[in-house]
Design a protein. Structure first.
Length: 126
């Protein structure tokens, strides 16, 4: 057996409607399923599900708790990272600066309404 990629990620959120509005802003994510306590997005690469577990979600996310630290989405170019800063500023989505890592990967961190850290990443050649 060989794992070929990620099929889906499902996140627990505290307010489904607020999170729905946030993730709808991210370019490429379209709703493909919607139920009273579950929404599924798809962007032609992966599925992203959101749920409150029927209102049982307790608190905002903290990456220092065992489990998920963050999710990093790959973009096609460095120009995509540069351009998304303008988009985030227009949409009032708080974000960090583009950082270059030692392996020639560039990352741009931002957070969703439940404080889940998300990144956009692009790896240069070399």
């Amino acid at each position: 057996m060989r794992i070929k990629g990620v099929h889906h990620i499902k996140l627990t959120v505290t307010d489904l409607n607020r999170s729905k509005r946030f993730y709808q802003k991210i370019p490429g994510f379209k709703i493909v399923a919607e139920h009273p306590d579950f929404i599924m997005f798809y962007n032609n690469f992966l599925y992203l599900g959101l749920t409150t577990h029927k209102g049982k979600a307790k608190a905002k996310f903290d990456e220092t708790t065992t489990g998920l630290d963050h999710i990093s989405f790959v973009v096609e170019s460095k120009q995509d990272l540069d351009g998304v800063i303008i988009f985030f500023d227009k949409e009032k989505i708080p974000h960090g600066e583009i950082k270059k890592l030692s392996n020639n990967t560039y990352v741009l961190a931002f957070r969703d309404p439940d404080n889940i850290q998300l990144e956009l990443s692009w790896r240069g050649k070399g």
